[in-house]
Write a protein that binds this ligand. Structure first.
Ligand SMILES: [Zn+2]
Length: 92
């Protein structure tokens, strides 16, 4: 995430979440993971399925129990609903 995205995520967490960890009841706070991530869809026989829908998620790590929770980056307003599409270069 760039600085603007990290600031949006931090502001969203500050207004939507308790400062207490839901897993361990700690007050030690959380760390926002530096990159958004997406789940990987598994095919038949647990084979890796590439392509298809991407669900960008923001990870939040508890500083005490290290549980990581994931939140929708799109619904948080951290990433756009439609991923930018790159067109041909202007001179192409
Ligand atoms: Zn915790």
């Amino acid at each position: 995430m760039d600085g603007e995205q990290k600031a949006k995520a931090e502001a969203w967490f500050n207004t939507h979440l308790s400062a207490v960890c839901a897993s361990c009841n700690s007050h030690l706070g959380f760390t926002i993971l530096p990159s958004t991530v997406t789940p990987i869809k598994l095919g038949e026989n647990n084979s890796l399925h590439m392509g298809g829908e991407i669900i960008p998620l923001v990870g939040l790590l508890c500083n005490n129990c290290y549980n990581i929770r994931f939140f929708s980056a799109i619904l948080m307003g951290v990433t756009p609903k439609e991923l930018p599409v790159r067109g041909p270069a202007p001179d192409a």
